[in-house]
Every structure is written in structure tokens, then in C-alpha cells.
Design a protein around this ligand. Structure first.
Ligand code: HEC
Length: 177
């Protein structure tokens, strides 16, 4: 074997080494690896002890508690949305909806001179705080077929503020629950 032959072999070996190194650099760039973001294995998360318990608890603040902290002034602001259909002052006229002065503990659908839907006429019972809360939260859910075209207020503190304002619309506001 002459030196020319040896040079060719050495060249081939060096060449493939260089090629492999290059491959390593390129693959490092393509498949970035570093320390894992989170150490250890991904274990399935522990079962929530009671799914939704927290949300249910948040929604379940009892109405009397909410009313005790409610702000009638804020309620008055919120009820601007109702004023297009309802009057609030004493002796106020019925508009699209019945007059709301003295509504707390009034018979449901009971104001003379207003043409209620059958849904409210046949509901029965007085407008307790709880009934008002349920009606404002979801009018159609409370009285399916009601003609009150209002989507409902989902926030229970806002509803309590509104009920506090309605309570104030009376000569002698009804006692708080
Ligand atoms: C688009 C008009 C409209 C808006 C807005 C509206 N209401 Fe009414 N409301 C009505 C009508 C109509 C009725 C009668 C419903 C029936 O007979 O089914 C009614 C009935 C009521 C009653 C029952 C009163 C009774 O004498 O039995 C209450 C309480 C009431 N609305 C509160 C509210 C509150 C609070 C708001 C605002 C958050 C509001 N309404 C917004 C039209 C409206």
C-alpha cells in the first residue's frame, strides 16, 4: 500500500467523522433538548374531592345574608334598566310593566288595572324576597310564559341590591328576612 492509498483512507475516515459531527450539531439545533420543564413523571391529578363544590358554595350565599349587606343606592342605579318599563314612585302609573312601588309582599300579578300574563296571574303567593330574587334572576324560569321581556340578572349581589331598592319603594319597608 503506498502513501497515496493511505491518504485516501485517512481522508475518508476524517470526512465521515466531520460529517457525523455536523449531523450532531444540526440535530441538536432541530431537536432542542434541555432539562424537562417539570421534574418527574406526569401522574394523573388527584380526583377533586367534590367537583364544583367551590362554585356551589359561592352561589349559595343565603339571600338574607346578601340582603343584610345590600346597597339600595346601587340597586337604584342598576334598576335604570327596568325604568323603561316600570315606574317606581308612589302612585306611579303602570307602563309596559306594572308599577313597582310597594311590590315587596304584594300579591304576584296582583296589581289592579294591569293586564298580567296568565303565567303571573296564576302563580299565586306574594312577592317574597326569594320570589323576587328568582324572578329577576330568570323571569322565564320563574314564570314560564311571562311577558316581561328581560333576560335576567345572574349576579346575586346585584340582585340583592336591586331587591333592597325595591324594598325601599314603600311607605314602611318590609322587615328584612
Ligand atoms: C321590557 C319591559 C320590562 C323590563 C325592562 C322590565 N320589566 Fe318587569 N315586568 C314587565 C312586564 C310586562 C311585567 C308583567 C309580566 C307578566 O304579566 O307576565 C313585569 C313584571 C314585573 C314584576 C312583577 C310585578 C307584579 O306586580 O307582579 C316585577 C317585580 C318586575 N317586573 C321587576 C322588574 C325589574 C326589577 C326589572 C329590571 C331588572 C324589570 N322588571 C325589567 C316588563 C319589564
Amino acid at each position: 500500500m503506498d502513501s497515496f492509498e493511505l491518504n485516501k483512507i485517512a481522508g475518508a475516515v476524517l470526512g465521515s467523522l466531520l460529517f457525523l459531527m455536523g449531523l450532531g450539531i444540526v440535530s441538536d439545533a432541530v431537536f432542542q433538548h434541555g432539562p424537562p420543564k417539570k421534574a418527574g413523571y406526569d401522574l394523573p391529578a388527584a380526583e377533586e374531592s367534590a367537583p364544583g363544590a367551590a362554585t356551589a358554595a359561592a352561589a349559595a350565599v343565603p339571600l338574607p345574608e346578601l340582603l343584610a349587606k345590600a346597597d339600595a343606592k346601587k340597586g337604584e342605579g342598576l334598576m335604570k334598566a327596568c325604568a323603561s318599563c316600570h315606574s317606581f314612585d308612589k302612585g306611579g302609573a303602570n307602563k309596559v310593566g306594572p308599577a313597582l312601588y310597594g311590590v315587596v309582599n304584594r300579591q304576584i300579578g296582583g296589581l289592579a288595572g294591569f293586564a298580567y300574563s296568565d303565567a303571573l296571574k296564576t302563580k299565586g303567593g306574594p312577592w317574597t324576597y326569594a320570589a323576587l330574587d328568582a324572578f329577576i334572576a330568570n323571569p322565564k324560569g320563574f314564570a314560564s310564559g311571562t311577558k316581561m321581556a328581560y333576560g335576567g340578572e345572574k349576579d346575586h349581589t346585584r340582585r340583592a341590591d336591586m331587591i333592597a331598592y325595591m324594598r325601599s319603594l314603600a311607605d314602611t319597608p318590609a322587615p328584612l328576612p
